[in-house]
Write a protein that binds this ligand. Structure first.
Ligand SMILES: NC(=O)C1=CN([C@@H]2O[C@H](COP(=O)(O)OP(=O)(O)OC[C@H]3O[C@@H](n4cnc5c(N)ncnc54)[C@H](O)[C@@H]3O)[C@@H](O)[C@H]2O)C=CC1
Ligand SMILES: CC(C)=CCC[C@@H](C)[C@H]1CC[C@H]2C3=C(CC[C@]12C)[C@@]1(C)CCC(=O)C[C@@H]1CC3
Length: 339
Protein backbone atom coordinates (compact mmCIF):
# COMPACT_ATOMS: atom_id res chain seq x y z
CA UNK A 1 0.00 0.00 0.00
CA UNK A 2 1.49 3.37 -0.99
CA UNK A 3 1.94 5.82 1.89
CA UNK A 4 0.76 8.54 -0.49
CA UNK A 5 -2.76 7.15 -1.06
CA UNK A 6 -5.32 9.00 1.00
CA UNK A 7 -9.01 9.72 1.37
CA UNK A 8 -10.42 13.10 2.38
CA UNK A 9 -13.81 12.73 4.07
CA UNK A 10 -15.57 16.07 3.61
CA UNK A 11 -13.32 16.82 0.61
CA UNK A 12 -16.06 18.81 -1.15
CA UNK A 13 -16.14 21.39 1.66
CA UNK A 14 -14.21 24.63 2.10
CA UNK A 15 -11.22 23.24 4.00
CA UNK A 16 -11.49 19.78 2.40
CA UNK A 17 -11.17 21.10 -1.15
CA UNK A 18 -8.10 23.23 -0.32
CA UNK A 19 -6.60 20.14 1.34
CA UNK A 20 -7.32 17.96 -1.69
CA UNK A 21 -5.73 20.50 -4.06
CA UNK A 22 -2.56 20.72 -1.97
CA UNK A 23 -2.30 16.92 -1.59
CA UNK A 24 -2.54 16.50 -5.36
CA UNK A 25 0.23 19.14 -5.81
CA UNK A 26 2.38 17.10 -3.41
CA UNK A 27 1.97 13.91 -5.42
CA UNK A 28 -0.68 12.15 -3.33
CA UNK A 29 -3.34 9.95 -4.92
CA UNK A 30 -6.59 11.29 -3.48
CA UNK A 31 -10.11 9.93 -2.99
CA UNK A 32 -12.83 12.31 -1.86
CA UNK A 33 -15.73 11.00 0.21
CA UNK A 34 -18.59 13.46 0.73
CA UNK A 35 -22.39 13.59 0.64
CA UNK A 36 -22.05 15.95 -2.32
CA UNK A 37 -19.65 16.38 -5.24
CA UNK A 38 -18.87 20.08 -5.54
CA UNK A 39 -16.16 20.04 -8.25
CA UNK A 40 -14.00 17.85 -10.48
CA UNK A 41 -10.21 17.62 -10.39
CA UNK A 42 -7.90 15.50 -12.53
CA UNK A 43 -6.39 12.67 -10.51
CA UNK A 44 -9.07 12.82 -7.80
CA UNK A 45 -11.69 10.07 -7.46
CA UNK A 46 -15.02 11.11 -5.96
CA UNK A 47 -17.16 8.81 -3.83
CA UNK A 48 -20.52 10.26 -2.94
CA UNK A 49 -22.02 8.96 0.30
CA UNK A 50 -22.86 9.53 3.94
CA UNK A 51 -20.03 8.84 6.40
CA UNK A 52 -22.56 7.05 8.63
CA UNK A 53 -22.74 4.34 5.93
CA UNK A 54 -19.82 1.99 6.59
CA UNK A 55 -20.23 0.00 3.36
CA UNK A 56 -20.05 3.18 1.26
CA UNK A 57 -16.99 4.34 3.24
CA UNK A 58 -15.18 1.02 2.76
CA UNK A 59 -15.21 1.48 -1.01
CA UNK A 60 -13.50 4.89 -0.64
CA UNK A 61 -10.94 3.57 1.88
CA UNK A 62 -9.77 0.60 -0.18
CA UNK A 63 -5.94 0.50 -0.49
CA UNK A 64 -5.62 3.82 1.33
CA UNK A 65 -3.08 4.41 4.13
CA UNK A 66 -4.12 7.90 5.34
CA UNK A 67 -7.60 9.26 6.06
CA UNK A 68 -8.31 12.95 6.67
CA UNK A 69 -11.70 13.44 8.35
CA UNK A 70 -12.88 17.02 7.87
CA UNK A 71 -16.62 16.51 7.41
CA UNK A 72 -19.17 18.08 9.73
CA UNK A 73 -22.62 19.65 9.54
CA UNK A 74 -22.35 23.46 9.39
CA UNK A 75 -21.86 25.00 12.88
CA UNK A 76 -24.80 27.38 12.26
CA UNK A 77 -27.30 24.51 12.19
CA UNK A 78 -29.34 23.97 15.35
CA UNK A 79 -30.17 20.35 14.51
CA UNK A 80 -28.91 18.50 17.59
CA UNK A 81 -29.79 15.04 16.19
CA UNK A 82 -27.80 15.73 13.02
CA UNK A 83 -24.67 16.72 14.98
CA UNK A 84 -25.00 13.58 17.13
CA UNK A 85 -25.51 11.34 14.07
CA UNK A 86 -22.67 12.75 11.94
CA UNK A 87 -20.04 13.96 14.42
CA UNK A 88 -20.35 11.21 17.04
CA UNK A 89 -22.01 8.09 15.54
CA UNK A 90 -20.52 8.83 12.10
CA UNK A 91 -17.00 9.28 13.50
CA UNK A 92 -17.33 5.92 15.27
CA UNK A 93 -18.26 4.44 11.88
CA UNK A 94 -15.23 6.13 10.27
CA UNK A 95 -12.94 4.55 12.90
CA UNK A 96 -14.47 1.09 12.36
CA UNK A 97 -14.19 1.44 8.59
CA UNK A 98 -10.51 2.48 8.94
CA UNK A 99 -9.83 -0.66 11.01
CA UNK A 100 -11.57 -2.92 8.51
CA UNK A 101 -9.85 -1.32 5.52
CA UNK A 102 -6.39 -1.48 7.13
CA UNK A 103 -5.91 2.31 7.19
CA UNK A 104 -2.76 3.28 9.15
CA UNK A 105 -3.35 6.96 10.00
CA UNK A 106 -6.42 9.05 10.78
CA UNK A 107 -6.12 12.84 10.91
CA UNK A 108 -9.19 14.53 12.38
CA UNK A 109 -10.09 18.17 11.88
CA UNK A 110 -11.25 19.11 15.35
CA UNK A 111 -11.63 22.71 16.56
CA UNK A 112 -9.92 24.98 19.10
CA UNK A 113 -13.45 25.77 20.32
CA UNK A 114 -13.54 22.43 22.20
CA UNK A 115 -12.08 24.31 25.19
CA UNK A 116 -14.06 27.57 24.74
CA UNK A 117 -16.93 28.33 27.16
CA UNK A 118 -17.67 31.91 26.11
CA UNK A 119 -15.08 33.52 28.41
CA UNK A 120 -11.55 34.78 27.67
CA UNK A 121 -8.83 32.35 26.50
CA UNK A 122 -5.39 33.95 26.07
CA UNK A 123 -2.65 31.89 24.44
CA UNK A 124 -4.54 28.70 25.38
CA UNK A 125 -2.56 25.47 25.26
CA UNK A 126 -3.80 21.99 24.34
CA UNK A 127 -3.80 20.89 27.99
CA UNK A 128 -6.75 23.19 28.82
CA UNK A 129 -9.69 21.00 29.89
CA UNK A 130 -12.53 20.38 27.43
CA UNK A 131 -15.38 22.87 27.87
CA UNK A 132 -17.80 21.69 30.59
CA UNK A 133 -20.46 23.98 29.16
CA UNK A 134 -19.76 24.06 25.40
CA UNK A 135 -21.19 27.10 23.60
CA UNK A 136 -23.43 25.06 21.25
CA UNK A 137 -24.36 21.51 20.05
CA UNK A 138 -21.71 21.73 17.35
CA UNK A 139 -18.94 22.22 19.91
CA UNK A 140 -20.44 19.61 22.26
CA UNK A 141 -20.21 16.98 19.50
CA UNK A 142 -16.76 18.15 18.33
CA UNK A 143 -15.52 17.39 21.86
CA UNK A 144 -16.95 13.86 21.78
CA UNK A 145 -15.61 13.36 18.26
CA UNK A 146 -12.08 14.39 19.24
CA UNK A 147 -12.11 12.09 22.27
CA UNK A 148 -13.22 9.14 20.12
CA UNK A 149 -10.47 9.68 17.57
CA UNK A 150 -7.66 10.24 20.08
CA UNK A 151 -8.70 7.22 22.20
CA UNK A 152 -8.66 5.03 19.07
CA UNK A 153 -4.90 5.58 18.64
CA UNK A 154 -3.14 2.22 19.04
CA UNK A 155 0.51 1.57 18.24
CA UNK A 156 -0.14 -2.17 18.85
CA UNK A 157 -2.86 -2.26 16.22
CA UNK A 158 -0.81 -0.08 13.85
CA UNK A 159 -3.58 2.56 13.79
CA UNK A 160 -2.30 6.07 14.59
CA UNK A 161 -4.50 9.10 15.15
CA UNK A 162 -4.04 12.83 15.69
CA UNK A 163 -6.43 15.82 15.96
CA UNK A 164 -5.84 19.23 14.42
CA UNK A 165 -7.59 22.12 16.16
CA UNK A 166 -7.83 25.14 13.83
CA UNK A 167 -9.53 28.38 14.78
CA UNK A 168 -11.46 30.88 12.65
CA UNK A 169 -10.54 29.49 9.24
CA UNK A 170 -10.85 32.00 6.41
CA UNK A 171 -9.80 32.30 2.79
CA UNK A 172 -11.06 31.99 -0.79
CA UNK A 173 -14.34 30.04 -1.24
CA UNK A 174 -15.22 30.15 2.48
CA UNK A 175 -19.04 30.03 2.59
CA UNK A 176 -19.22 31.36 6.19
CA UNK A 177 -17.07 34.18 7.49
CA UNK A 178 -16.90 36.73 4.63
CA UNK A 179 -20.44 36.01 3.30
CA UNK A 180 -21.98 36.41 6.82
CA UNK A 181 -20.02 39.61 7.34
CA UNK A 182 -21.04 41.12 3.99
CA UNK A 183 -24.66 40.07 4.44
CA UNK A 184 -24.70 41.77 7.86
CA UNK A 185 -23.12 44.91 6.37
CA UNK A 186 -25.59 44.99 3.46
CA UNK A 187 -28.46 44.85 5.98
CA UNK A 188 -26.95 47.90 7.71
CA UNK A 189 -26.12 45.97 10.89
CA UNK A 190 -22.31 46.35 10.91
CA UNK A 191 -22.24 49.74 12.63
CA UNK A 192 -21.41 48.59 16.17
CA UNK A 193 -18.35 47.26 17.97
CA UNK A 194 -19.23 44.98 20.88
CA UNK A 195 -17.17 45.98 23.92
CA UNK A 196 -14.07 48.19 23.70
CA UNK A 197 -12.83 46.42 20.56
CA UNK A 198 -9.54 45.29 22.08
CA UNK A 199 -10.30 41.54 22.24
CA UNK A 200 -7.73 39.40 20.45
CA UNK A 201 -8.73 36.38 18.36
CA UNK A 202 -7.06 33.87 16.04
CA UNK A 203 -8.15 33.92 12.42
CA UNK A 204 -6.32 31.26 10.45
CA UNK A 205 -5.72 31.28 6.70
CA UNK A 206 -7.01 28.11 5.09
CA UNK A 207 -3.67 27.24 3.44
CA UNK A 208 -1.97 27.33 6.84
CA UNK A 209 -4.58 24.93 8.21
CA UNK A 210 -3.96 22.62 5.24
CA UNK A 211 -0.20 22.82 5.87
CA UNK A 212 -0.78 21.76 9.50
CA UNK A 213 -2.84 18.75 8.40
CA UNK A 214 -0.23 17.54 5.91
CA UNK A 215 2.62 18.03 8.39
CA UNK A 216 0.65 16.03 10.97
CA UNK A 217 0.06 13.19 8.50
CA UNK A 218 3.73 13.09 7.53
CA UNK A 219 5.07 13.27 11.13
CA UNK A 220 2.58 10.78 12.59
CA UNK A 221 4.65 7.66 13.23
CA UNK A 222 4.61 4.99 15.97
CA UNK A 223 7.66 6.58 17.67
CA UNK A 224 6.54 10.21 17.33
CA UNK A 225 4.93 12.36 20.06
CA UNK A 226 1.95 13.06 17.78
CA UNK A 227 0.17 9.75 18.49
CA UNK A 228 -3.20 10.36 20.15
CA UNK A 229 -2.53 14.11 20.63
CA UNK A 230 -4.36 17.31 19.72
CA UNK A 231 -2.58 20.29 18.06
CA UNK A 232 -3.62 23.93 17.74
CA UNK A 233 -3.00 25.22 14.24
CA UNK A 234 -3.42 28.99 13.90
CA UNK A 235 -1.81 31.91 12.08
CA UNK A 236 0.12 32.53 15.32
CA UNK A 237 -0.72 36.24 14.95
CA UNK A 238 -3.69 37.02 17.24
CA UNK A 239 -5.53 40.06 15.92
CA UNK A 240 -8.22 42.33 17.35
CA UNK A 241 -11.55 40.74 16.26
CA UNK A 242 -12.93 44.12 15.17
CA UNK A 243 -9.75 45.17 13.30
CA UNK A 244 -9.89 41.94 11.30
CA UNK A 245 -13.61 42.42 10.49
CA UNK A 246 -12.98 46.07 9.59
CA UNK A 247 -10.10 45.22 7.25
CA UNK A 248 -12.23 42.73 5.33
CA UNK A 249 -15.18 45.15 5.20
CA UNK A 250 -13.11 48.14 4.06
CA UNK A 251 -11.27 45.94 1.52
CA UNK A 252 -14.66 45.08 0.01
CA UNK A 253 -15.79 48.72 -0.02
CA UNK A 254 -18.03 48.77 3.11
CA UNK A 255 -17.64 51.03 6.15
CA UNK A 256 -15.95 49.74 9.28
CA UNK A 257 -18.09 49.58 12.47
CA UNK A 258 -17.58 52.68 14.64
CA UNK A 259 -19.97 52.88 17.59
CA UNK A 260 -19.26 50.95 20.78
CA UNK A 261 -21.90 49.00 22.70
CA UNK A 262 -21.27 47.46 26.14
CA UNK A 263 -20.63 43.71 25.92
CA UNK A 264 -23.00 42.76 28.77
CA UNK A 265 -25.85 44.77 27.24
CA UNK A 266 -25.50 43.11 23.81
CA UNK A 267 -25.06 39.67 25.38
CA UNK A 268 -28.21 40.22 27.49
CA UNK A 269 -30.25 41.29 24.44
CA UNK A 270 -28.94 38.28 22.45
CA UNK A 271 -29.95 35.97 25.31
CA UNK A 272 -33.43 37.52 25.43
CA UNK A 273 -33.87 37.16 21.63
CA UNK A 274 -32.71 33.56 21.86
CA UNK A 275 -35.29 32.83 24.58
CA UNK A 276 -38.06 34.52 22.57
CA UNK A 277 -37.06 32.47 19.49
CA UNK A 278 -37.17 29.31 21.62
CA UNK A 279 -40.65 30.07 23.01
CA UNK A 280 -42.04 30.97 19.56
CA UNK A 281 -40.42 27.97 17.89
CA UNK A 282 -43.60 25.82 17.67
CA UNK A 283 -45.30 28.72 15.82
CA UNK A 284 -42.54 30.43 13.84
CA UNK A 285 -38.77 29.86 13.22
CA UNK A 286 -36.69 32.99 13.86
CA UNK A 287 -32.89 33.05 13.31
CA UNK A 288 -31.50 36.15 15.07
CA UNK A 289 -28.20 37.63 13.74
CA UNK A 290 -27.07 38.31 17.31
CA UNK A 291 -26.99 34.92 19.06
CA UNK A 292 -25.31 34.66 22.49
CA UNK A 293 -22.66 32.42 20.90
CA UNK A 294 -21.84 34.97 18.19
CA UNK A 295 -21.72 37.82 20.69
CA UNK A 296 -19.31 35.81 22.86
CA UNK A 297 -17.12 35.08 19.81
CA UNK A 298 -17.14 38.76 18.83
CA UNK A 299 -16.54 40.20 22.31
CA UNK A 300 -14.03 37.97 24.15
CA UNK A 301 -10.38 37.03 23.76
CA UNK A 302 -9.89 33.58 22.22
CA UNK A 303 -6.44 32.84 20.89
CA UNK A 304 -4.29 29.77 21.19
CA UNK A 305 -0.64 28.81 21.39
CA UNK A 306 0.72 26.58 18.63
CA UNK A 307 4.02 25.92 20.43
CA UNK A 308 3.28 22.18 20.53
CA UNK A 309 2.80 22.01 16.74
CA UNK A 310 6.02 24.00 16.21
CA UNK A 311 7.97 21.66 18.48
CA UNK A 312 6.57 18.29 17.37
CA UNK A 313 6.07 18.84 13.65
CA UNK A 314 8.03 21.97 12.77
CA UNK A 315 4.87 23.97 12.07
CA UNK A 316 5.23 27.59 10.96
CA UNK A 317 2.32 29.34 9.21
CA UNK A 318 3.45 29.81 5.58
CA UNK A 319 1.06 32.72 4.79
CA UNK A 320 1.22 35.79 7.10
CA UNK A 321 -2.06 37.38 8.19
CA UNK A 322 -1.84 40.59 6.13
CA UNK A 323 -1.13 38.70 2.90
CA UNK A 324 -3.92 36.24 3.75
CA UNK A 325 -6.41 39.10 4.17
CA UNK A 326 -5.42 40.64 0.82
CA UNK A 327 -5.72 37.27 -0.98
CA UNK A 328 -9.11 36.67 0.64
CA UNK A 329 -10.55 40.09 -0.22
CA UNK A 330 -9.37 39.73 -3.85
CA UNK A 331 -11.08 36.34 -4.10
CA UNK A 332 -14.57 37.77 -3.46
CA UNK A 333 -15.10 40.31 -6.33
CA UNK A 334 -18.82 39.39 -6.37
CA UNK A 335 -19.18 40.53 -2.72
CA UNK A 336 -17.64 43.98 -3.35
CA UNK A 337 -19.99 46.87 -2.54
CA UNK A 338 -22.05 47.66 -5.63
CA UNK A 339 -21.13 44.43 -7.45
N1 LIG B 1 -14.50 26.82 9.18
C1 LIG B 1 -13.94 27.02 10.38
O1 LIG B 1 -13.70 28.17 10.78
C2 LIG B 1 -13.57 25.87 11.24
C3 LIG B 1 -13.84 24.58 10.86
N2 LIG B 1 -13.45 23.53 11.65
C4 LIG B 1 -13.72 22.15 11.23
O2 LIG B 1 -13.14 21.97 9.95
C5 LIG B 1 -13.88 21.00 9.22
C6 LIG B 1 -14.19 21.53 7.85
O3 LIG B 1 -14.96 22.72 7.98
P1 LIG B 1 -15.41 23.56 6.70
O4 LIG B 1 -14.60 23.19 5.53
O5 LIG B 1 -15.48 24.96 7.16
O6 LIG B 1 -16.91 23.04 6.50
P2 LIG B 1 -17.73 22.76 5.17
O7 LIG B 1 -19.17 22.78 5.56
O8 LIG B 1 -17.32 23.66 4.07
O9 LIG B 1 -17.30 21.29 4.80
C7 LIG B 1 -17.81 20.15 5.42
C8 LIG B 1 -18.05 19.06 4.38
O10 LIG B 1 -18.53 17.90 5.06
C9 LIG B 1 -19.51 17.29 4.24
N3 LIG B 1 -20.40 16.47 5.05
C10 LIG B 1 -21.26 16.89 6.00
N4 LIG B 1 -21.93 15.85 6.50
C11 LIG B 1 -21.47 14.74 5.88
C12 LIG B 1 -21.80 13.36 5.95
N5 LIG B 1 -22.75 12.92 6.77
N6 LIG B 1 -21.11 12.49 5.16
C13 LIG B 1 -20.16 12.94 4.31
N7 LIG B 1 -19.82 14.24 4.18
C14 LIG B 1 -20.48 15.13 4.95
C15 LIG B 1 -20.24 18.48 3.62
O11 LIG B 1 -20.95 18.08 2.44
C16 LIG B 1 -19.10 19.43 3.34
O12 LIG B 1 -18.59 19.27 2.03
C17 LIG B 1 -15.10 20.65 10.08
O13 LIG B 1 -14.87 19.46 10.77
C18 LIG B 1 -15.18 21.81 11.06
O14 LIG B 1 -15.75 21.38 12.28
C19 LIG B 1 -12.79 23.73 12.83
C20 LIG B 1 -12.50 25.00 13.24
C21 LIG B 1 -12.87 26.17 12.50
C1 LIG C 1 -12.54 33.21 15.32
C2 LIG C 1 -13.79 32.54 15.02
C3 LIG C 1 -14.19 31.38 15.81
C4 LIG C 1 -14.53 32.95 13.98
C5 LIG C 1 -15.74 32.20 13.59
C6 LIG C 1 -16.49 32.78 12.44
C7 LIG C 1 -17.88 33.27 12.81
C8 LIG C 1 -18.36 32.73 14.11
C9 LIG C 1 -17.84 34.79 12.75
C10 LIG C 1 -17.70 35.17 11.27
C11 LIG C 1 -18.47 36.47 11.07
C12 LIG C 1 -18.76 36.90 12.49
C13 LIG C 1 -19.75 37.95 12.75
C14 LIG C 1 -20.36 38.05 13.98
C15 LIG C 1 -20.14 36.98 15.01
C16 LIG C 1 -19.07 35.93 14.68
C17 LIG C 1 -19.05 35.59 13.21
C18 LIG C 1 -20.37 34.97 12.77
C19 LIG C 1 -21.33 39.12 14.30
C20 LIG C 1 -22.73 38.54 14.12
C21 LIG C 1 -21.14 39.61 15.73
C22 LIG C 1 -22.12 40.72 16.05
C23 LIG C 1 -22.11 41.83 15.04
O1 LIG C 1 -22.09 42.98 15.34
C24 LIG C 1 -22.14 41.41 13.62
C25 LIG C 1 -21.09 40.32 13.37
C26 LIG C 1 -21.10 39.87 11.94
C27 LIG C 1 -19.96 38.97 11.70
Amino acid sequence: MSSKRCTVIGGSGFLGRHLVERLVDRGYTVNVFDIRQAYELPGVTFHQGDLCDKQALLVALKDVSIVFHCASPAPGSDDRALFQRVNIDGTQTVIQACHEAGVQKLILTSSASVVFEGTDIKNGREDLPYAKKPIDYYTETKIQQEKLVLEACSKEKGFLTVAIRPHGIFGPRDPQLVPILVDTARRGKMKFIIGDGSNLVDFTYVENVVHGHILAAEHLKADSPLCGQAYHITNDEPVRFWDFMSQILVGLGYSAPRYHLPYTLVYGIALLLWLIALVLRPLIRIKPTFTPMRVALAGTHHYYSCTRAKKDMGYQPPVPLQEAIVRTVESYPHLQKGA
